[in-house]
Design a protein around this ligand. Structure first.
Ligand SMILES: [Zn+2]
Length: 377
C-alpha cells in the first residue's frame, strides 16, 4: 500500500514531551532542541501551551523569533482565551484540542456531544478569523464513536480547519485497529489526518506507522519517545521505520539522531537506555560468536541498517558468548597480535571471567587477561 506522501513530522517533544511528569526544559534547552529539530528537517514543531501563562508565552515567542524553517504550532483547549494566548506569541498554527470520546465527554466534562460540536465551531471560527492554520485535536479519539469523529471532521472541514489529529491518548490500540479506524475516517472526509500515539502497550511507533499506512499524512513524535506515562512515538523510531520498513524517506537528516537523543536525554534528566531502539549506545554491539563472525564478514549480515546513519558505530564486545573470530579482531583493534597469543586458552579465560563478572569484559580487562593468566576478578 502507498503512503500518503509527503509525510510531515510534527514533533511534540517541547509540548507532550515536556508534559511528562517531572520533566521541565529551560528556555536555553528548548531553543537548542528546536534548532536541532529544525536543522535535521522536521517540518513542524509543537512548542508549548500558551494558556499555561506568561513564562510559557515568552518562551514560545523566543522560539518564533528564531525564524526556523519548521512551522511552530501550539496546543490549545477549544476555548477562545487559549487561542488568544497563542496569537500573542506570534505563532501561525494552533492545535485545538477537544475531548471526543463519550467517556471523556460524560465522565470528565459532564457535557454532551452537541456541546463539543459547538465548542469546535466557536474555537475554530475564532482561529480562522485570525488566519491561523488549525489542527483539530481529537483527544481520546481511539475510544470515540467513529461516526461522531466523522461529524466533527465534517464540521472542521466546512469551517476551514486544516487537519484532524487522531489521538490514541491512552495508548490502547494495536496497529490493526489503528489502521481500520484511520482508514474509516480517511475514506469519509477529505481532510488531512494526523496520528498521535502513546506507548502504554509498547505500540506507539507501530501505531504511528499503521496510521500513516492508513492515509494519515502527519505524525506526532517525540525524541526518545518522551511523553505522558509510557511516552509517545519516538521520532527516531518512526523515521527509521518509515525508511527501512516502509521504504519511504521522510526527508530527515538522521545522522544527528544520537546527538539529538543525548541532548533531550540530558535536558529531560531521562538518560537514554543503552538498549533504546535506534539510538541506544549498545544497539550495535555484537558479542555472540556467530553474530560477530557474520558482522566481520559483512555488517549487513546482522545489522538492519548502517549505524552511521543515526550517528552510532558498531563495536565488538568480548565476553561469555564470544567466539574466536571476534576475540582475534578485538585483540587486533587493541594493538595486539593474536598470532602471538594462545587465543583458544585466552577465549576460555574470557568466558570464565565474563561468567564470574556477569558482564562483558572491558578493554583493560581483556588486555590484562591477554598478558596474564589470572582472572581480573
Ligand atoms: Zn499525548
Amino acid at each position: 500500500m502507498e503512503l500518503n506522501s509527503p509525510i510531515v513530522i510534527d514533533d511534540t517533544t517541547l509540548r507532550d514531551g515536556e508534559q511528562t511528569a517531572g520533566v521541565v526544559f529551560s528556555l536555553d534547552e528548548k531553543i537548542r532542541i528546536a534548532r536541532l529539530l529544525d536543522e535535521i528537517g522536521v517540518g513542524e514543531i509543537e512548542c508549548g501551551i500558551p494558556a499555561m501563562g506568561r513564562d510559557e508565552q515568552l518562551s514560545i515567542r523566543r522560539l518564533v523569533d528564531l525564524g526556523l524553517k519548521a512551522r511552530l504550532i501550539t496546543w490549545n483547549r477549544a476555548v477562545v482565551a487559549d487561542i488568544e494566548a497563542s496569537l500573542a506569541t506570534g505563532v501561525k498554527a494552533v492545535d485545538i484540542s477537544l475531548s471526543v470520546s463519550d467517556i471523556h465527554i460524560e465522565k470528565k466534562l459532564g457535557k454532551s456531544r452537541s456541546w463539543v460540536k459547538e465548542q469546535l465551531k466557536v474555537a475554530l471560527g475564532f482561529a480562522k478569523q485570525h488566519d491561523l492554520y488549525v489542527s483539530i485535536g481529537g483527544e481520546d479519539a481511539s475510544r470515540a464513536d467513529l461516526d461522531f469523529l466523522v461529524e466533527l471532521m465534517d464540521i472542521a472541514r466546512a469551517e476551514g480547519g486544516d487537519r484532524f489529529r487522531f489521538c490514541d491518548t491512552l495508548g490502547i490500540l494495536d496497529p490493526f485497529a489503528t489502521y481500520d479506524k484511520v482508514t474509516y475516517l480517511a475514506d469519509r472526509v477529505a481532510l488531512d489526518l494526523e496520528v498521535h500515539t502513546h506507548n502504554d502497550l509498547g505500540m506507539a511507533t507501530a501505531n504511528a506507522i499503521a496510521g500513516l499506512r492508513a492515509g494519515a499524512r502527519f505524525v506526532n513524535t517525540t525524541v526518545n519517545g518522551l511523553g505522558e506515562r509510557a511516552g509517545n512515538a519516538a521520532l527516531e523510531e518512526v523515521v527509521m521505520a518509515l525508511k527501512h520498513a516502509c521504504a519511504v524517506d521522510p526527508g530527515i537528516d538522521t545522522h544527528r539522531f544520537v546527538e539529538l537523543s543525548r541532548l533531550v536525554g540530558q535536558a529531560s534528566c531521562r538518560p537514554v537506555p543503552e538498549w533504546k531502539a535506534v539510538v541506544g549506545e549498545k544497539v550495535f554491539s555484537h558479542e555472540s560468536g556467530l553474530h560477530t563472525d557474520g558482522v566481520l564478514k559483512f555488517p549487513g549480515n546482522y545489522e538492519g541498517f548502517d549505524p552511521a546513519e543515526v550517528g552510532l558505530a558498531n563495536h565488538l564486545v568480548v565476553g561469555k558468548h564470544s567466539g574466536s573470530h571476534g576475540l582475534k579482531q578485538r585483540l587486533k583493534d587493541l594493538g595486539l597480535d593474536p598470532e602471538q597469543l594462545d587465543t583458544s586458552r585466552l577465549l576460555e579465560k574470557v568466558r570464565n571471567c565474563s561468567q564470574h563478572l556477569k558482564r562483558a569484559l572491558t578493554d583493560d580487562e581483556l588486555l590484562q587477561l591477554g598478558g596474564d593468566a589470572s582472572c581480573v576478578a
